[in-house]
Design a protein around this ligand. Structure first.
Ligand code: SAJ
Length: 433
């Protein structure tokens, strides 16, 4: 890669991370080719449109596509820097599946040339970047690859995890600090020079394995801390206490900062990544494993409590507020709210009403349940019981006067002034236990 000119970049995988990343790199003036296996995705992007929702992404993609800086294809082409941002799911035994990463490596290997930089961004179990390197070495015996040669390698390979928060991706892609782990220090320096083109946050170099573990640790840390909050909420239910009040007071201690309980942990990162650590060191991870169990268990606790509440009020009209996996986004993947609402819809049918301002229609599992989608105003006018599953701002701002006579099960603690909360019905807590 010539240091004086802007590198041509190929981003493999145009999903929630790959597409915003490609767009931000293009905005920095690099010519970017986005690769995806879906022709539909490729066509959408080449029209200057997007297939995912993210704040301000539509305008950015439209701009860089129309300026000729970003294009998409299902066929690889030579570039100077390759950024791999493909999914790394796990199987039914929670074992990580890195086949998409290796498939991406297989795709780019034939076009690699001397001077190229390959960067893996996908959340990956420790050792994946080395496996990617081994695969490239196998496919391209003509290239000297880092860690496998005593001479100066022909290419650089590094791991640099994304750490952006859905809903704030564009801002965080630019402003967050980055950990850049090279297979060798030289690889890290090459990748660093690339990230410096579009990242304003600090870029810290390390080795590839440490960077892989860092990403997993960040999400496991959050999972464990959310589990603590969720466990407290179940203890508080048992004791008839308001967990929000207890947390508010405890957080006044200068060294205590308890997170917020909710209906469980959703999304595709925090509920997944801790398993990569557990899988790598099963004997040494009782805490991380237990936290996963607590957070999954919290969803079932909410289901039992909501079910007991609805069953105890025959004829009452129920509104489930929210389906998204967290506040103010339209992402419904792995969402505990969606799961809880669907369970109620299947059991109680037309008594159940779903309020989700970020969904134009209800997800497939609500079909034929009898449950219907209504807006928040109609819910406030017509429903007797409100079950708050997501802390969308549009719910948070509902004034007390409009909900004072409702029976509320608030799993997110958005209405601390609510007079009739479910926790005040001790029989329900007993039923839910
Ligand atoms: N949640 C709670 N209580 C809280 C905080 C979150 O119940 O106090 C729930 C949310 O409602 C949601 C889930 O946890 O269901 C996850 O939400 P989140 O906002 O904690 O995280 P994600 O999944 O949107 O993004 C995370 C972020 N990781 C960390 O904060 C350590 C993000 O920076 C990562 O880039 C992203 O995972 C990822 O891609 O790995």
């Amino acid at each position: 890669m010539k240091s004086d000119t802007k590198p041509d970049v190929c981003v493999v995988g145009l999903g929630y991370i790959g597409l915003p990343t490609a767009a931000v790199i293009a905005r920095a003036g690099c010519k970017v080719l986005g690769l995806d296996v879906s022709q539909r995705v490729v066509d959408t992007i080449n029209r200057g449109e997007i297939h995912i929702e993210e704040v301000d992404l539509d305008g950015l993609v439209h701009g860089v596509v129309s300026r000729g800086l970003l294009s998409a294809s299902i066929t690889v082409a030579p570039a100077d820097v390759f950024v791999i941002a493909v999914p790394t799911p796990f199987d039914k035994d929670h074992a990580p599946d890195i086949s998409y990463v290796l498939a991406a490596g297989k795709t780019i290997a034939p076009v690699l040339k001397v001077g190229d930089v390959v960067i893996l961004e996908s959340t990956s179990p420790v050792g994946t970047t080395e496996q990617l390197r081994d695969m490239i070495a196998q496919m391209r015996p003509d290239l000297k690859v880092p860690g496998c040669t005593r001479e100066t390698p022909d290419i650089a390979i590094a791991y640099c995890p994304e750490r952006v928060l859905p809903g704030r991706i564009l801002e965080e892609l630019t402003n967050n600090d980055r950990s850049i782990g090279g297979i060798t220090p030289r690889c890290a320096r090459k990748a660093l020079a690339f990230y410096k083109r579009f990242v304003r946050g600090e870029c810290v170099t390390t080795d590839a394995r440490s960077a892989e573990m860092t990403k997993l640790v960040e999400n496991a840390y959050r999972d464990v801390n959310i589990a603590f909050a969720n466990e407290l909420s179940m203890v508080a239910d048992r004791m008839g206490l308001d967990v929000w009040e207890v947390i508010r007071l405890a957080n006044r201690h200068p060294r205590v900062n308890i997170l917020s309980p909710g209906p469980g942990v959703g999304g595709h990162c925090i509920a997944v990544d801790p398993w990569f650590i557990v899988h790598g060191a099963p004997e040494e991870t009782p805490l991380i494993r237990t936290a996963r169990g607590v957070n999954d268990g919290k969803m079932h606790h909410v289901i039992r409590k909501a079910d007991a509440l609805v069953a105890a009020h025959p004829g009452a009209k129920i509104a489930c507020l929210g389906l998204a996996f967290k506040a103010n986004i339209d992402d419904f993947r792995e969402s505990p709210a969606r799961f809880v609402a669907a369970r109620l819809a299947r059991k109680y049918g037309e008594r159940v009403h779903i309020v989700e301002p970020y969904a134009s229609e209800l997800p497939i599992e609500f079909t034929d349940t009898g449950a219907v989608q209504i807006d928040v105003d109609e819910a406030l006018e017509t429903c007797d019981i409100l079950i708050v599953l997501v802390d969308h701002d549009v719910f948070r701002v509902v004034p007390l006067a409009e909900r004072a006579d409702k029976l509320v099960y608030d799993t997110r603690g958005i209405w601390p002034d609510q007079p009739k909360l479910v926790r005040e019905e001790p029989d329900l807590v007993r039923l839910a236990s």
